[in-house]
Design a protein around this ligand. Structure first.
Ligand SMILES: [Zn+2]
Length: 471
């Protein structure tokens, strides 16, 4: 109860001892109790009801006072409570949790548009997204937007890692708001994301993963299986690295190599006009220590980036594009549809998206990477055979299967092969006055330096990227 004399505890000191400061303090002390709780509109109504009760109490108090001198103060408090009642009408309203994802097409269903992916045959079982845990390291310009996208998509659990606070200098990017300045990025993110989708389990980790203690806590939080006890491997399904420095990337790389944890790396260049995403499967693809992408792509040593006193540029556009590409590939990876890009670059000046694949480096300096490479080589023959058998089993079915069937939305699906043929036929016929500035995908694939779809040698890769950058 309230700690001082008030209308709820009138007998403690007696009515004649009422002083204006005491009464004001009672009102102030009682306000924090009116938090808007989860449960839709109920929270706002509860606050309005309590404020109405205070008004009633004020009236009783006024009537019970033998002396009329405090009436002016009571009137003042009454008008303040009425003002709060007005504000309460606009208090944030949180929706209730949804037990099962429904495909019902009604305006009140937060998942109807997402479940439509399943109905239209893009995703086999969209609701499985609720079983997945994704860790996002770095809640900055890319990580915060990625977190919001995954929250809106209804991912099961998000683990958010950052040690920094929100600053006004972050307002050129998406997600954070000026009133959150001074809050830790993880707490501000949890505040916003829990309002957007209360179904997502949010975990906030505010520490620096590059310290010894931070690294240990990072590893143990990734191993925690309380959300999905039956899950194989670690406690998360994917780690997204959205950090802005070399050291933190190497730490994420070390943790994921040790845990045999698949992860995706993302980055935006210091001049804010290009970026990349990369899929890293320990042992199967190059790890970050095998060939750091930014170093490879730009010839810049990442350790020289983020220098003290040097202000890197950033654009909400480039960061939004990179976050979009990152989460799009996350959805494809988790829900098993489409093709997950092993590496996808983005050059905003030319709207150019180079792709490539990188095999692990047998001379990688990371011992855990070499361990994972050995393990992968042992299971590879069996995996290749299973993939081949699956492809052969599906091939006759694919030939018999109609391209699309009639549907209630009158949407038709175009065969990719037809598109390719059309593209090929028209690729050489640019409209008059236009010249081709960038190489076509075919020219890139057939470039003399590439030879195969994989790039085994770092030197070859550098040469190829230099050639691309010179266009
Ligand atoms: Zn490696």
């Amino acid at each position: 109860m309230l700690p001082c004399w008030c209308w709820a505890n009138k007998s403690r000191r007696g009515r004649n001892h009422l002083r204006q400061s005491t009464l004001s303090q009672c009102i102030v002390d009682s306000i924090p109790n009116f938090t808007v709780r989860e449960g839709g509109k109920e929270g706002g109504w509860e606050m309005e009801t309590e404020l109405k009760e205070i008004l009633g109490d004020l009236e009783s108090l006024e009537r019970s006072l033998p002396d009329a001198s405090p009436h002016a103060s009571i009137d003042k408090l009454r008008s303040r409570v009425m003002h709060l009642s007005e504000l309460a009408k606009f208090a944030p309203v949180r929706r209730s949790k949804v037990k099962d994802m429904s495909a019902e097409v009604v305006d009140s269903n937060p998942y109807s548009r997402l479940m439509a992916l399943q109905r239209m045959g893009i995703v086999e079982n969209y609701e499985r997204i609720r079983e997945y845990s994704v860790a996002i390291v770095g809640i900055g310009g890319v990580g915060s937007v990625a977190a919001e996208m995954l929250t809106r998509c209804g991912v099961g659990r998000l683990l958010l890692y950052d040690y920094d606070k929100v600053e006004l200098a972050n307002m050129n990017r998406l997600f954070f708001r000026p009133e959150q300045v001074g809050m830790t990025k993880t707490d501000a993110a949890v505040q916003t994301l829990s309002d957007i989708n209360p179904d997502v389990v949010l975990e906030s980790y505010t520490f620096n993963i590059t310290t010894l203690q931070g690294f240990e806590t990072f590893i143990s939080s990734l191993k925690n299986k309380s959300f999905h006890p039956d899950k194989e491997g670690s406690g998360v399904d994917l780690v997204l690295s959205c950090v802005d420095n070399y050291e933190a990337r190497m730490v994420v790389n070390q943790a994921c190599n040790e845990l045999n944890q698949t992860w995706m790396e993302s980055g935006v260049s210091e001049d804010a006009v290009s970026g990349h995403i990369q899929l890293l499967i320990p042992g199967e693809t190059a790890c970050f220590a095998c060939a750091p992408p930014l170093v490879v792509a730009s010839g810049i040593d990442e350790r020289t980036l983020k220098r003290e006193g040097v202000c890197a540029a950033s654009l909400p556009t480039t960061m939004g594009v990179v976050a979009g590409l990152l989460v799009q590939n996350t959805l494809k990876f988790l829900l098993k549809f489409g093709h997950v890009s092993p590496y996808l670059g983005y050059n905003s000046l030319k709207d150019y998206f180079p792709t490539m694949e990188m095999r692990p480096n047998p001379q990688c300096a990371n011992a855990a990477c070499l361990e994972r490479q050995k393990e992968y080589m042992l299971v590879k023959p069996a995996r290749d055979a299973a993939a081949k058998a699956k492809m052969e089993a599906e091939a006759p079915f694919a030939a018999e299967c109609p391209l699309h069937v009639d549907n209630e939305w009158n949407i038709s699906v175009v065969d990719d092969n037809d598109t390719k043929q059309t593209d090929a036929a028209s690729s050489d016929a640019l409209p008059k006055g236009l010249t081709r500035e960038l190489p076509s995908a075919d020219e890139f694939q057939n470039a003399p330096t590439s030879g195969s779809a994989y790039i085994d040698d770092l030197e070859d890769l550098r040469k190829q990227l230099d050639a691309l950058n010179s266009f």
